[in-house]
Design a protein. Structure first.
Length: 444
């Protein structure tokens, strides 16, 4: 949870909050935790990534920086450096034998489908021609679709809607569809280097085997207009004008063996015909996505005119009964549509089979007691409130005493990971390379 937008008032020149928090069920054992992940103090001090190690798997909880439209090249370079350092760490832990989950707000799209059609961007060339096939688009042998030249916008990126308004076309027309198919993800125009990093990270490697999987995109490839972040000030959630920038990424082996591939019909927003039990509205359709993000029109935006202007997202009608609709009837891999008053983001979810946590027990059984104590100290270092008698004492104590931890906690989780007792997989029977890349699938 965080924001990189400048604060108002006296702190207007300071960056926003960038910390993350990981909540872990009591029955899931944690070996150690650290925010010293990238090895670069400038990033680690911001708390942009929290690594929790659970013996058989590790979780990277990430909040990547938001690059504002008027940001300079330094801001983009800093974000790219952060992502590259993060990649090194996840690859390091994967090579050590752990399953790896990378999740959080990356503030980045990488597919056209991750933006609303009207917000996808198109480049206009030096002569004012929409870049594609000259100023035409030929599709499946059909007659070319003529796209008028726009010399006043030469050498600029423009949103599909901007171009559509200028040339007098709208959704549903052949010309609009041509623009949509030529458009790319909204982050490409100002963060191309970061988008290219993301695309490469998720692509196959030199031996044609992918290493990392975007869980939502892989499980629900035909889902349309499914986004995770919306502008609160613009009430964009209520016409589903968002982007999908919150991701859950896992290594390929874990995806194949442990991630439950939920049916896309489980995505919220679809409608069933009660007479024949067939879908009346497919859950993968744009209308279903709009239904989900607005709770079928029951969630409403903040007032922008009249006496209630400026009150923000006040309680909805029948607030808690309505807000409780966020909870699915069954666990699934997809998106959880939390109420708009809670956040400008909704949640991504990944459902793992029972065998996933069984591996944790096996890993902990092979770890020595001394290493467990050292690991617990690393966790305590990230939970300063545990040493306080009450909430009030936590806020009233001096910074010196609040930061006091046991001597053993001075060793970071990263240092602890080099301890042989923290790498029980090294003592296990060596598997063939094929077994490591494609572990046996469990039937759950």
């Amino acid at each position: 949870a965080g924001t990189d937008k400048p604060r108002a008032g006296a702190h207007a020149q300071q960056a926003g909050m960038a910390g993350v928090t990981t909540w872990i069920r009591n029955d899931v054992k944690t070996l150690c935790a650290t925010q010293e992940v990238t090895g670069m103090e400038a990033f680690d001090r911001q708390g942009r990534c929290l690594l929790t190690d659970h013996g058989s798997f590790a979780v990277f909880n990430v909040y990547a920086s938001y690059v504002q439209p008027n940001s300079d090249a330094d801001a983009i370079h800093a974000k790219l450096t952060f992502l590259q350092q993060l990649e090194k760490k996840v690859e390091e832990l994967r090579a050590a034998g752990r399953r790896v989950l990378l999740c959080g707000d990356l503030n980045l799209t990488y597919r056209p489908e991750d933006s609303l059609q009207q917000n996808r961007v198109v480049f206009i060339g030096s002569e004012g021609l929409v870049v594609g096939n000259g100023n035409t688009l030929t599709k499946d042998g059909a007659q070319p679709v003529e796209i008028p030249a726009l010399p006043e916008w030469a050498n600029t990126w423009r949103r599909v809607k901007e171009i559509g308004d200028r040339i007098g076309t709208a959704p549903g027309t052949e010309l609009w569809q041509a623009l949509v198919e030529m458009g790319t993800c909204s982050h490409w125009s100002r963060e191309r280097a970061c988008v290219e990093w993301f695309q490469k990270f998720l692509s196959s490697n030199e031996v044609s085997h992918r290493r990392w999987v975007d869980v939502f995109a892989e499980v629900h490839p035909t889902a349309q207009d499914r986004f995770t972040c919306f502008s609160q000030s613009g009430n964009s959630r209520f016409y589903n004008g968002g982007t999908r920038i919150d991701h859950i990424i896992v290594d390929d082996a874990t995806f194949e063996s442990h991630v439950i591939k939920s049916a896309s019909s489980m995505l919220p927003g679809g409608l069933k015909d009660s007479d024949n039990m067939k879908p009346e509205l497919e859950a993968t359709s744009p209308q279903a996505a709009l239904n989900a993000v607005t709770c079928y029109g029951a969630w409403h935006g903040a007032p922008r005119i009249g006496m209630a202007k400026g009150d923000g997202l006040t309680l909805q009608k029948d607030a808690m009964q309505l807000n409780n609709t966020q909870f699915p009837k069954a666990a699934f891999t997809g998106l959880i549509y939390t109420p708009p008053a809670y956040s400008d983001h909704i949640a991504s979810s990944c459902y793992f089979g029972a065998g996933f946590l069984a591996e944790v027990e096996d890993a902990f059984a092979k770890i020595g007691q001394e290493s467990k104590l050292l690991a617990q100290a690393s966790i305590k270092k990230l939970q300063p409130w545990q040493g306080q008698k009450s909430l009030s004492s936590f806020f009233s104590t001096s910074s010196k005493s609040a930061a006091r931890v046991n001597d053993t906690s001075k060793k970071s989780c990263s240092e602890a990971l080099s301890n042989e007792q923290f790498t029980p997989w090294k003592k296990l029977r060596k598997s063939t390379e094929e077994e490591q890349m494609h572990p046996t699938r469990e039937i759950i």
